[in-house]
Design a protein around this ligand. Structure first.
Ligand SMILES: NC(=O)c1ccc[n+]([C@@H]2O[C@H](COP(=O)([O-])OP(=O)(O)OC[C@H]3O[C@@H](n4cnc5c(N)ncnc54)[C@H](OP(=O)(O)O)[C@@H]3O)[C@@H](O)[C@H]2O)c1
Length: 371
C-alpha cells in the first residue's frame, strides 16, 4: 500500500477533479502491474495496472489506495475490470465518498466472491485525497494556509518588503506544494506589494490556477500574475458590479469571477464553492495578512503551514491581521501539530479545530460573523 500511495502522490495535483490513486497487482509475491491515475483523471490507476499485468492478473492480489469505482463513466467501472481480469483478492486503502461509488465498488467485488480487505493505511490514503473528499462531502476544496514569518510573527517589514523571509529550502518546498495544489490564492495587497508569479518553478512542475482576490480592481494589470506565460490561467475574483470593467482591464487571459461581499471583503465561502464547481480540490492560501485573517474567520482553512525563520523584525506586518481574538480562550485552536526543520527555518503545521472554534467564537462578532 505504501508503494501504491507513492504512485498516487506523484500524480497529486494533476488528476482533479478525480482523486489521485495508485494501484499494484501482485502475483506470487512479485509486482506484475503498476498504475496511477493519469493526468486529468483518466485512465484510472486500476486500468493501467491491469493492462501492465495482462494474463498475470488472474489469481493475483490488487492493492489500490482508493475504493475502485463502481459506476459507468467514460470507461467501464474499475471494480468490474478487476473482476473480469480474474483478480482473487483486493486490498483497499479507503472508501470513496463520491455518491455514485460510496461502498458500491467494495460491494461489487464481494458479490463476485473476491476477498476484499478495506482500511489498510486508511488515514494516509484519506489524507492524500483530502481535497477530493472535501469537495465531494462539503462542496468546497481542502484549504491550506501557508505563511512565512519571522520569530516575532512578521510576514513583511514595515515598508512591505518580504523578500525573503524564509530560506531557499522552504521556498522550494512551497513550489512542491504549488505543484500538488489545484489553485493558489492571494489578496490584492500581496499582488501590489510583491508582484508574485505564483507559478511552480520546479523542473517538470506544473503551475496551479492562480486566484487573486481584489474587490475594487486595485491590482495593476501589468503585474506578472496577469501577464506571464503559463499553461494555467489566472482568475481574478472581484465584486459582481466590477466584472465587465475587470474583463476590459485585465484582458482575455484572465478569468473574471464576480462575488458578493461579506463583512470583510469578498465572500470567500462563495469563492470556495465556485472553485469546487470548477473542479478544484485543493487550494493553498499564500497570504497576505488580511486575506489570512478573513479565510480563518470564514472557517474555510483546514490546515496551517507556518515557516518560522530565525530572524526578528520588531515591527512590520503581523502574520494574521484582523482575527482579533480578544482572549486566550478565544484563540483559534490548532491540533495535531508537527514541527520540522527546513533549511534554516522551522515548519510548524497543524489542523484547524473546527468544532471548538465554532463554540469558542459563538457570539464574537469581532472575530467572525460567518464562522
Ligand atoms: N511572508 C509571507 O508569507 C507573505 C505572503 C504573502 C504576502 N506577504 C506580505 O503581506 C503584505 C500584504 O498583505 P495585506 O494584508 O496587506 O494584503 P492581502 O491580504 O494580500 O490582501 C488584502 C486585500 O485583499 C482584498 N480582499 C478582498 N476580499 C477580501 C477578503 N474577504 N478578505 C481579505 N481581503 C480581501 C482587499 O482589498 P480590496 O478591498 O481592494 O478588495 C484587501 O485589502 C505584503 O507586504 C506582502 O509582502 C507576506
Amino acid at each position: 500500500m505504501r508503494e501504491a500511495l507513492a504512485l498516487a502522490r506523484e500524480m497529486l495535483g494533476l488528476t482533479s477533479p478525480n482523486p489521485a490513486v495508485g494501484c499494484l497487482i501482485v502475483r506470487d509475491g512479485r509486482v506484475v502491474g503498476r498504475g496511477a491515475t493519469a493526468r486529468g483523471g483518466r485512465p484510472h490507476a486500476e486500468t493501467q495496472a491491469l493492462a501492465e499485468a495482462g494474463e498475470h492478473a488472474r489469481g493475483a492480489t490488487a492493492i489500490v489506495s482508493f475504493e475502485p469505482c463502481a459506476h459507468q463513466g467514460q470507461t467501464p467501472p474499475c471494480a468490474r475490470a478487476l473482476i473480469e481480469a480474474g483478480i482473487a483478492r483486493v486490498v483497499i486503502g479507503c472508501t470513496d465518498p463520491y455518491p455514485a461509488v460510496r461502498g458500491r465498488g467494495i460491494a461489487m467485488l464481494r458479490r463476485a466472491g473476491i476477498e476484499t480487505v478495506v482500511g489498510v493505511l486508511e488515514q494516509d490514503c484519506r489524507r492524500l485525497n483530502e481535497g477530493f473528499i472535501m469537495r465531494v462531502t462539503r462542496g468546497r476544496p481542502f484549504a491550506l494556509l501557508k505563511l512565512a514569518m519571522t520569530l516575532d510573527g512578521r510576514i513583511a517589514a514595515a515598508n512591505g518588503d518580504s523578500h525573503w523571509v524564509s530560506s531557499p529550502a522552504s521556498r522550494r518546498l512551497v513550489h512542491q506544494w504549488r505543484r500538488e495544489c489545484d489553485a493558489v490564492i492571494v489578496g490584492a495587497g500581496t499582488v501590489i506589494a510583491d508582484n508574485p508569479r505564483l507559478t511552480c518553478r520546479l523542473p517538470g512542475g506544473r503551475d496551479p490556477l492562480r486566484v487573486v482576490v481584489d474587490s475594487r480592481l486595485r491590482c495593476p494589470p501589468e503585474q506578472r500574475v496577469f501577464r506571464q506565460r503559463s499553461a494555467a490561467p489566472t482568475l481574478l475574483a472581484t465584486a459582481a458590479e466590477h466584472v465587465r470593467r475587470a474583463q476590459r482591464r485585465y484582458g482575455e487571459r484572465t478569468t473574471i469571477v464576480g462575488l458578493p461581499r461579506s463583512s470583510r471583503g469578498l465572500d470567500l465561502k462563495r469563492l470556495m464553492r465556485e472553485l469546487a464547481r470548477r473542479g478544484v480540490c485543493r487550494v493553498m492560501f499564500e497570504g497576505g495578512a488580511h486575506l489570512a485573517a478573513s479565510a480563518l474567520a470564514a472557517g474555510i482553512i483546514d490546515r496551517v503551514a507556518f515557516f518560522l525563520a530565525p530572524k526578528i523584525l520588531g515591527s512590520g506586518m503581523p502574520a494574521v491581521d484582523g482575527l482579533s481574538a480578544a482572549t486566550m480562550r478565544r484563540a483559534l485552536p490548532v491540533a495535531a501539530t508537527t514541527a520540522q526543520a527546513v533549511g534554516d527555518d522551522w515548519l510548524i503545521q497543524g489542523d484547524i479545530v473546527t468544532d471548538r472554534r465554532r463554540s469558542a467564537f459563538a457570539g464574537d462578532r469581532s472575530v467572525s460573523a460567518s464562522a
